[in-house]
Design a binder for this molecule. Structure first.
Ligand SMILES: Cc1cc2nc3c(=O)[nH]c(=O)nc-3n(C[C@H](O)[C@H](O)[C@H](O)COP(=O)(O)OP(=O)(O)OC[C@H]3O[C@@H](n4cnc5c(N)ncnc54)[C@H](O)[C@@H]3O)c2cc1C
Length: 306
């Protein structure tokens, strides 16, 4: 946990950002997690995954727009993604994930909500679904408020809950009541002790309990983790309760635990791969490094391999 916070804090220093962005060494590692620079590149990756039986969610990287103009550009990109996916032979297996701070949440709630609703309307036109990623806890309540309001008018949306937050057990109950689709994750941001578990074992326990609740009573939940021990225990739960495998999906990130993605798919589960693309990869990349400091050793190893 300490190492994780140290990596996140170091990644925020401007000279570290410059070094990582420019270094050729990091390029190879970045490619492991990011499907390409452009929509066409990432869509080709998504189509290959879809053709081999996976479901996919595409993510145009970026967060915290600095101006309304930047947010409008992001909104247009989301709409373009939806229209482009609609022309794909794999359209029914690919949806998108978006961030409200990329829709302009820092510029205002009403502004971001308008942009998000436009994306939902565009998704409805092509029969697709839009997942709203969950960001740092300072945005949680605003994100849920916006998503729930939009959900009253657009059923083709859902969001993400993070088990490391104390509030999430209540948020899961609210989601079950509302019938909204939830992706459950452990949580990827550095949070203060006042809002989140510091001990990983507490997060893991909450994750299992909340997953079970969603699998039994939620609306097509997404169990998004690479934690094999947890996945095994949820598979045992699914059998014990006689749940329908098509009533939920597993989700994992592009480039992480491909072996597990494949074995779950081969065992007949629905597995969706989260495929990020674009040049604003730095924050996403540093969260992936922080989750698994062994990734840093992987970088050092490639350094010595030349
Ligand atoms: C589809 C998807 C969408 C997500 N969306 C969000 C979101 O909207 N908001 C949010 O806060 N978080 C999101 N996350 C990230 C999530 O919160 C966790 O930070 C991340 O999934 C790592 O936790 P874990 O559940 O895999 O378990 P961990 O206990 O962290 O890891 C379990 C095992 O998975 C493998 N692993 C995990 N991370 C890595 C990595 N980076 N590199 C290599 N191996 C790794 C390792 O084998 C590790 O032992 C998402 C994750 C997924 C899979």
């Amino acid at each position: 946990m300490l190492l994780r916070s140290a990596i996140i804090r170091a990644s925020e220093l401007s000279f570290v950002k410059r070094m990582v962005r420019r270094s050729r060494l990091f390029r190879g590692v970045v490619k492991r997690f990011i499907a390409g620079d452009t929509l066409e590149e990432s869509l080709a990756v998504a189509e290959t995954l879809a053709a081999s039986g996976y479901l996919v969610t595409l993510d145009n990287l970026g967060e915290n727009t600095k101006s309304e103009a930047e947010a409008l550009l992001a909104k247009n990109t989301y709409i373009e993604m939806l229209r482009r996916i609609a022309r794909s032979p794999q359209a029914d297996r690919i949806n998108i994930s978006i961030k409200l701070t990329q829709c302009g949440l820092d510029q205002g709630v009403a502004f971001a909500e308008r942009n998000y609703r436009e994306v939902l309307a565009a998704a409805e036109e092509v029969g697709n679904f839009v997942r709203v990623d969950m960001e740092a806890s300072a945005y949680t309540q605003r994100t849920l408020d916006i998503v729930y309001r939009a959900f009253e008018d657009h059923r083709n949306t859902g969001t993400v809950l993070q088990s490391y937050l104390f509030r999430t057990t209540d948020d899961v109950e609210e989601a079950v009541r509302a019938g909204i689709r939830i992706r459950l994750v452990k949580g990827a941001y550095l949070e203060p002790e006042s809002v989140a578990y510091k001990d990983k074992a507490d997060t893991d326990r909450a994750y299992v309990a909340q997953s079970k609740r969603l699998m039994e009573s939620g609306n097509y939940p997404a169990i998004a983790t690479h934690d094999e021990r947890i996945i095994d225990s949820l598979r045992a739960f699914e059998k014990e309760k006689g749940l329908d495998r098509a009533s939920f999906e597993f989700q994992m990130l592009f480039g992480i635990r491909r072996d597990l993605q494949q074995s779950l798919k081969d065992a007949g589960y629905r597995v969706r791969v989260y495929v990020p693309y674009g040049d604003s990869w730095y924050p996403y990349f540093s969260r992936r490094l922080a989750e698994r400091p062994a990734n840093l050793f992987f970088i050092l190893k490639s350094l010595f391999r030349g």
